[in-house]
Write a protein that binds this ligand. Structure first.
Ligand SMILES: [Zn+2]
Length: 85
């Protein structure tokens, strides 16, 4: 008789868990409130979003705005947080 094995998968990294609570707890480790992150790292992440945005466009739009606007917005926001490293 076949046995049934239930596996829970992290929705962010696909890591598998046999325990639901353990999986849910793990998913929370991916979430960042950014309140304790310094401006240098935030600037770096915004810049990265701008750099990779072209891979996520739909009909030339990203997050409801033209791709170029999104790229420019991320770069300008990053610059205002501090100079590039
Ligand atoms: Zn994960």
């Amino acid at each position: 008789m076949p046995s049934k094995k239930i596996v829970y998968e992290c929705k962010y990294c696909r890591k598998e868990f046999t325990d639901y609570d353990e999986c849910e707890e793990h998913e929370h480790t991916h979430i960042c409130a950014y309140d304790e992150v310094d401006n240098v790292r935030i600037a770096k992440e915004l810049r990265l979003l701008g750099e990779i945005a072209s891979g996520y466009h739909i009909g030339g739009m990203v997050m409801g705005m033209p791709l170029k606007n999104y790229e420019n917005l991320m770069e300008e926001a990053a610059n205002r947080l501090g100079k590039r490293e």
